[in-house]
Design a protein around this ligand. Sequence first.
Ligand SMILES: Cc1ncc(COP(=O)(O)O)c(C=O)c1O
Length: 366
Amino acid sequence: MKSLARKNILNIKPYDQGRPIAEVRRQYNLKEIIKLASNENPFGASVRAVSAIRKNLKYLGFYPDGNCFYLKNKLAAKLGMSLDYFVFGNGSNELIELILKAFLNEGEQVLMSKPDFLIFKLATLQEGGVPVEIPLRNFNCDLETIKGKITKKTKIIFIANPNNPVGTYVKKKSLESFLKNLPKSVIVVLDEAYYEFAKARDYPRGINYVNSKNVIVLRTFSKAYGLAGLRIGYAIARPFFINCLNKARQPFNVNYLAQVGAEAALSDNSFLKRTLDTVDKQKLYLYSELRGMKLEFIKSATNFILFNCGHDSDYIFNQLLKKGIIVRSMKNYNLDMWVRVTVGKPTENQKFIKALRKVLKRKDKK
Ligand SMILES: Cc1ncc(COP(=O)(O)O)c(C=O)c1O
């Protein structure tokens, strides 16, 4: 049978998507499950998005607008850019795949940090590319080393800014000196899935570089806008890049409800503000509790925190799971004692901290 599959596919280790709530509830027969594993919005979706979706259910019998006309217009106006700079995807995940499909030839290299968003590597392998992983330096993207690794075979460089799973970001100055004098044959993808959370003054907005450089920016409605279940993200780049991505995609790749929900979410400023304010405050709470437990953590520009639990992270993950709290063990990122936790609602964070204290106390006694 093996000879039937493409070699690239056989060599792929499937993406670990974390444990779904319903599965954990079934397994442990628990009433309350707190999911802090996939960096979703603590408040779910905006009420405006939900109400717009309800109103539009009657159109489900039709194919969606393959051009996402209304959503594109709204976004373009909001960002002050013209319509031909945008393409939407079934999550920004799909756009990562489309970029590879559109621009990568078999055997070309794709540079990325290690660790970084796992889909960069997985999608590269799916497309027959060669991933080249450059370790983070002190938990930060090492742009100098990445630049040094560029060869004639390099086509794409993925940088999640901020990085997932670490939460650190590339600063404006470093990004600008990195982009200077890059070979014209290389495309830089700035994946800004956590853009809205990253508020530091020296955090660079990728869209400032799309006109002068071979830069494609990716953003998503899954995080700050709370629409992970709808699957919608977008790419911003010069029209040449956007045209290529349009040629590589399915004609109806973004479903109708996702378009309607995203359009409404874009106008829901109070939802966005509440989300960002809560995440900011709750991050401080979590930092202070982790500090209190003497656990090392990385300051994050996102809605998640990576911390060293001092023990085998799979063990801590499983103990928390039994208490109905789903976090992410970083063992498969080779961070054997590190756990990533999404910033949740205040009560969820308190329950997580209480459970973590119990689990660590029991482990330390053993
Ligand atoms: C850095 C990064 N990029 C992209 C994605 C994919 O987001 P989506 O496909 O939901 O838009 C994620 C999701 O966790 C992410 O962390």
